[in-house]
Design a protein around this ligand. Structure first.
Ligand SMILES: CC(C)(COP(=O)(O)OP(=O)(O)OC[C@H]1O[C@@H](n2cnc3c(N)ncnc32)[C@H](O)[C@@H]1OP(=O)(O)O)[C@@H](O)C(=O)NCCC(=O)NCCS
Length: 166
């Protein structure tokens, strides 16, 4: 398993992954594909977002790819925290394709992402999940997450917040 940066090479696989995704919202949202947007344009937009377009902090996206060149998961690494990230989304967002869940992939993906935050010099890594996301919480705890106070969003959603010290 390895991390790969998005590029034209992954267009077909990325589309297949999108079709398989069964939740309402793509996670991480940076990997959402709109049907009427050419992949080249998606990649250009992604590069602008990674550089900090709008109110984003600089961030990096990776596919998590297996030995058969299949995208198994996706991860977005934020290089620093702003107020919103500190309360809700944290440094790292990740997802695993539905047919590949419950095989330990997310636990491994988060460990690989933590190697990337090490390289960025981030010593305290914030990783969050919604209160009802038992699987995500287990993945975070598997990687050394220590729970901090939760944050309650204005619409009532409870966000669990974990710090991983490196
Ligand atoms: C949450 C998610 C990333 C878990 O991925 P995964 O590859 O299935 O996770 P793992 O196989 O590494 O599982 C880690 C642990 O969580 C448990 N787990 C995973 N999914 C679970 C679920 N739905 N319910 C209960 N436990 C679950 C596993 O049994 C495992 O437990 P263990 O370490 O005690 O053996 C995946 O379900 C997903 O992509 N969900 C949608 C997007 C999302 O929620 N992303 C996280 C946002 S913070």
């Amino acid at each position: 398993m390895r991390l790969e940066r998005p590029s034209l090479k992954w267009e077909t696989e990325h589309i297949a992954y999108m079709k398989e995704w069964d939740e309402e919202r793509m996670t991480p949202s940076s990997f959402h594909l709109k049907e009427d947007i050419p992949y080249e344009t998606y990649l250009e937009d992604l590069a602008a977002k990674e550089a900090g377009l709008g109110n984003r902090v600089p961030n990096t996206n990776y596919f998590f790819v297996d030995g058969d060149e299949r995208i198994v998961g996706m991860v977005n690494i934020r290089h620093s925290l702003n107020d919103y990230l500190r309360q809700v989304d944290g440094h790292i967002g990740f997802g695993i394709r539905p047919t590949e869940r419950r095989k330990g992939h997310a636990t491994y993906l988060l460990s690989e992402a933590l190697n990337m935050t090490d390289q960025l010099g981030i010593r305290s890594v914030l990783v969050t999940c919604n209160e009802d996301n038992v699987g995500s919480a287990a993945v975070i705890v598997n990687n050394g997450g220590v729970e901090d106070e939760c944050f309650i969003e204005p619409h009532g959603n409870v966000v669990r917040r974990f710090w991983i010290e490196r």
